[in-house]
Design a protein around this ligand. Structure first.
Ligand code: GLC
Length: 481
């Protein structure tokens, strides 16, 4: 990520403190190489461990046993719950790497994300699917079709999957907290609520968004044109996670694999890589952020990388400097002993704000001044903005470097599956951070090069933005039912 310092000297005391914090977020090349080795070990342990536990990366078999080749056809429904929005789409797969998609997006009301019963949330989802059909597919809505329309449900939370259409929630992440959903079958919950509404839809596949991203990119990728195989589907957005195809002999915990299946897509849930902090960098700021979350002690890798957390890490870092008397002192006095609530309350500093600050090269960081004032109601001095920009860059750089660890490691691991062709490797990725955060992809690629997973091979690695993963991908999962 580029750094442009325009004579940005700070008072010595502040400079020393900022440097010290920057150092805490700094990762060396050696670290990345070691962390990649540890990631590979964690993958194997997760693929072995018969039971889910905090100590192991979940490495969940998905019962998706093949990667699409672009020839799949038909009309399918997809529903997607993964963060603050619920998306319903219908997808017409044309069988030539292309598709047509209709979709509606519905905001999940905050009061349905926690403190309610599971059925209240799932009834809301079923009602929205019905509303979508009323608008786009009135034949299905009015029960004029004989066979139910097949639906692939992208549910982007850790799920213990036992069949393509069966899976129980392990735990909520990303701000959801509805305790009576845990250990219950997600497909059943949705299907029951659709049946009550007499909607002629059958939920045939449950998929994680990363599985969807992998399948959707593989469908759209035509290797004869790109000369690349799609090997990972991943998300760097509100949360982070990835999926890839593993050979069956490497999944010892899968006791009864489907007949004749040579391999299976694994949902790694890498957000939970190293929950026991054997190797992850752990600053006091990371500790504070973890304590503020509903899933404390879990998904610690995600909490250093994804969009939900970058702003929060910056916020607690800034508050620490404030408490040490280094920034916001005048403001505090002027306001009679307080700071604006958007900086004192958790979760109100969006990573989008960081993405503007990251690349601000205006004189005295005037653009950042405006944004901080408008979005956070936070007036700042020039020196404070310099501090904020340097910390933003340190936090985002660490996030991008960490993101490279699973990507490089998985490419290294799967390369043998492709030893008989000379194609490059592409990684399908989706999510606001990887798509929009300035310099994030370049920084990931730099760190992948440091880890150098394909030592000695002429093959290359590309990051490809894969849109509509959770819609098209879920439909593709449904085609395998
Ligand atoms: C969280 C979820 C995971 C999902 C990811 C990206 O890490 O646990 O299932 O894939 O966010 O949305």
């Amino acid at each position: 990520m580029s750094k442009r310092y325009i004579n940005m000297t700070l008072p010595e005391k502040v400079e020393l403190a900022v440097r010290e914090v920057e150092n805490q977020f700094y990762l060396t090349n050696d670290y990345l190489i070691k962390a990649s080795e540890y990631f590979e070990k964690s993958m194997d342990e997760g693929l072995k461990a018969p039971k889910q536990s905090r100590e192991h990366m979940p490495m969940i078999p998905t019962f998706v046993t093949k990667i699409p080749n672009g020839k799949e056809q038909g009309i399918y429904l997809a529903a997607d719950l993964g963060g603050t929005n619920f998306r319903v789409c219908s997808i017409d797969l044309k069988g030539d790497h292309t598709f047509e998609l209709k979709q509606n997006k519905y905001k999940i009301p905050l009061d349905l994300m926690k403190g309610v019963k599971a059925d209240e949330l799932f009834q809301f989802l079923a009602i929205k699917i019905q509303a979508f059909l009323n608008e786009h597919h009135d034949d299905v809505a009015n029960n004029k079709t004989k066979d139910p329309l097949k639906l692939g449900f992208t549910f982007s939370f850790p799920v213990e999957q036992t069949a393509l259409d069966k899976g129980t929630l392990i735990r909520w992440t990303k701000g959801f907290d509805i305790p009576d959903t845990v250990d219950r079958d997600i497909v059943e919950l949705l299907q029951a609520n659709l049946t009550v509404l007499e909607v002629n839809v059958k939920v045939v596949a449950l998929a994680n968004d990363t599985v969807g991203t992998l399948l959707s990119r593989a469908y759209q990728n035509d290797p004869s044109k790109t000369n690349a195989n799609t090997v990972i589907g991943c998300i760097f957005g509100t949360g982070t996670n990835g999926a890839y195809y593993e050979t069956i002999e490497n999944i010892p915990k899968l006791k009864n694999p489907p007949k004749d299946c040579k391999g299976m897509v694994i949902n790694t849930e890498w957000g939970s890589f190293d929950n026991t902090l054997q190797i992850l960098p752990n600053t006091t700021f990371d500790e504070i952020v973890d304590k503020e979350t509903a899933n404390k002690g879990y998904h610690l890798f995600e909490k250093r990388i994804s969009g939900m957390f970058l702003g929060e890490i910056l916020r607690v870092t800034l508050l620490n400097l404030f408490e040490r008397g280094l920034i916001f002192q005048e403001l505090y006095k002027e306001r009679g002993g307080s700071l604006p609530h958007r900086i004192t309350e958790p979760w109100l500093l969006d990573s989008e704000v960081l993405s503007y600050i990251q690349i601000d090269d205006s004189t005295d960081l005037k653009m950042s001044e405006l944004i901080l004032k408008n979005v956070l109601r936070l007036p700042t001095t020039r020196d404070e903005r310099i501090v904020i920009q340097r910390l933003t860059r340190a936090i985002a750089r660490r996030a991008a470097q960490l993101s490279a660890i699973p990507l490089a490691t998985i490419v290294k691991r799967v390369q043998d599956q492709y030893k008989d062709d000379d194609r490059d490797f592409e990684i399908g990725c989706d999510g606001s951070v990887v798509e929009f955060y300035p310099g994030f992809r370049d920084a990931i690629m730099e760190s992948i090069e440091v880890i150098n997973p394909l030592k000695g091979s002429p093959k290359k690695i590309y990051l490809k933005i894969a849109k509509d993963g959770s819609g098209v991908g879920a439909a593709l999962c449904a085609t395998t039912a």
